[in-house]
Structure formats: structure tokens, C-alpha cells
Design a protein around this ligand. Structure first.
Ligand code: NDP
Ligand code: 8X3
Length: 252
């Protein structure tokens, strides 16, 4: 049987890495991408043990030419991507909007919005021409409503939702499906990155609550991809049990 192909951006860590594992274990061949080649190579070796074929592509989603070249480098069976998981992204800082760091803003906007758009722009035309495919964006509860000091990050995730909604309209005449997943607190490298390597501060984000794991989100992504062809899981909000919204978390 011909295996389906999933491409996961930001597969070197957290939710993306968990998605790569879940889809490889679930019968897909996997294209893993990210900026850290060594992490991709070790994940490739691990995933190949499941019997999946794995292709590792090292590039930065912000670099449009590099993203284009990576997609154009795909040959043979790898060209026909069935599922694109637009996961690469990050938050940087937690500051008042009138005090935020310009460089942090640019990095978040360039990665979470423009990087995601680059991948969508290069991969979805093939899906539309084959009349088959699925784009799964990793949005966030942060895109539903701003939380204190989240301003720019929240805005990027509101944009991810708008881009999923817009794409869903644009591909509605085809059989391509579009899903926006909106996780709440997931313990990954996310907060270490947000707080520029301050691990103590990062850990405090998950204190007093059992957070979600990358695997929890990967399960939902896999469910959406496995739904019958006439079923489009448009959007899913996934929260930890003691989290009610982006700003309401009850800690013990
Ligand atoms: P991690 O920091 O663990 O993983 C982020 C991934 O994104 C890494 O693989 C990183 O790879 C990749 N990445 C970042 N910037 C770039 C870039 N410019 N080009 C290519 N890859 C990049 O965090 P998460 O797994 O938590 O985050 C994954 C997604 O989930 C993000 O979009 C995040 O906003 C979203 N999210 C996270 C939540 C959470 O609570 N953790 C909740 C809701 C949404 P590398 O460094 O190798 O490039
Ligand atoms: C990540 C979840 O609430 O830390 O998008 O912003 S949150």
C-alpha cells in the first residue's frame, strides 16, 4: 500500500516532534523540517525504526527562497504531500505592548505569520491540483483573545486562525481540508524560548497544573487527518483540564 506523506514544520521539538512521531507510527512517511540539522538527523533515525520513510529538510521558514528551494527539491513520491502541519512558531517575551522588543516582534511576525504563509503558498497549489490534501495549522488559545502582555504573540495566532479560515474558503471548491488547532498550555520548549533561556521562569508557567503534552496535540492532529474525506475538522480548542481560557488557569 502506498503510504501517505506528512510534512511537519518545526519537528525538532515539542508539538512538531510529537506530530512526526504520531504520524510515523500511524503509517505515514514523514518530511521533518526545522533549523537544527542534528536534531532532525537523530529524529529521522528514530522514526525510521517504525518502518516509515523519513526525509529531513533543514531550513528557516522565514527565508522564502530557502523554503521554496526545499519544496522544489522534493522528488518522486515526496512531491505529493498529503498533510502539511504548519507548526513552526514561537513566542518571544511577555511585555506590555508599549514596552515590547522590536526584534522579538519581527521574529514572531516573520515566523508565525509569514513563515506559515510561505509554506502554505509553496505546498497548497500541489494539493489543489491533485484535488487532495490537508493543511493543519497550529494556532493557539492565544489567538482567541489577548492575555496580559501577550499582545503581539496573541495577534500572530489570531492571524493564524484568519489564514486558516481564509484558506478554507479559497480551497472549498476542491477536496483539500483545512484545520486550525488551538492548544492551551503545552509543556515543550516554548516557554524556554519565550523567556530567552530562563528555565526557572519557563517552569513556573506550568506550576500547579498538569499541562498538555506535545503528544496530546499530535493525537488531535492525527484524528483530524484520519477523519473520513467528507469530514473537515475546521477548528479545535484543546485546553488543560484546569485551564479555562488563555488567561484563566486554576493552579493547586
Ligand atoms: P518548541 O519551542 O518546543 O518547538 C518550536 C519548533 O518550531 C521547533 O521545532 C523549532 O525548530 C521550530 N521553529 C521555530 N522557529 C523556526 C523557524 N524560523 N524556522 C523553522 N522552524 C522554526 O515549541 P512548541 O512545540 O510548543 O511550539 C510549536 C507551535 O505550537 C508554535 O507555533 C507555538 O506557537 C504553538 N503553540 C504552543 C503552545 C504551548 O503551550 N507550547 C500552545 C499553543 C500553540 P528549530 O529551532 O530547529 O528551527
Ligand atoms: C501558547 C499557549 O497560552 O502560553 O500559544 O500563549 S499560551
Amino acid at each position: 500500500m502506498v503510504k501517505k506523506i506528512v510534512m511537519v514544520t518545526g519537528a525538532t521539538s515539542g508539538i512538531g516532534e510529537a506530530c512526526a512521531r504520531k504520524f510515523a507510527g500511524g503509517g505515514y512517511n514523514v518530511i521533518i523540517t526545522g533549523r537544527r540539522a542534528e536534531k532532525l538527523e537523530s529524529l529521522k533515525a528514530e522514526l525510521e525504526k517504525t518502518g516509515a520513510k523519513v526525509l529531513a529538510l533543514t531550513f528557516d521558514v522565514r527565508q522564502r527562497d530557502a523554503a521554496k528551494a526545499a519544496v522544489e527539491s522534493l522528488s518522486g513520491e515526496w512531491k505529493n504531500i498529503d498533510v502539511l502541519i504548519n507548526n513552526a512558531g514561537l513566542a518571544l517575551g511577555l511585555d506590555k505592548e508599549y514596552e515590547g522588543d522590536f526584534e522579538d516582534w519581527d521574529t514572531m511576525i516573520d515566523t508565525n505569520i509569514k513563515g506559515l504563509l510561505n509554506m502554505t503558498r509553496f505546498i497548497v497549489p500541489g494539493m489543489v491540483s491533485r484535488d487532495s490534501g490537508h493543511v493543519i495549522n497550529i494556532g493557539s488559545v492565544a489567538g482567541d483573545a489577548a492575555y496580559a502582555n501577550g499582545n503581539v504573540y496573541c495577534a500572530t495566532k489570531a492571524a493564524v486562525k484568519a489564514l486558516a479560515d481564509g484558506l478554507r474558503i479559497d480551497v472549498a471548491a476542491s477536496s483539500v481540508r483545512v484545520t486550525n488547532l488551538k492548544p492551551g498550555l503545552v509543556q515543550t520548549n516554548f516557554s524556554n524560548v519565550r523567556f530567552h533561556g530562563d528555565d526557572k521562569k519557563a517552569e513556573s508557567v506550568y506550576e500547579g497544573i498538569q499541562p498538555l503534552t506535545g503528544a496530546d496535540i499530535a493525537d488531535v492532529a492525527f484524528y483530524a487527518a484520519s477523519a473520513p474525506a467528507h469530514v473537515q475538522i475546521a477548528e479545535v480548542l484543546i485546553l488543560a483540564t484546569h485551564q479555562a481560557s488563555g488567561s484563566v488557569v486554576v493552579r493547586k
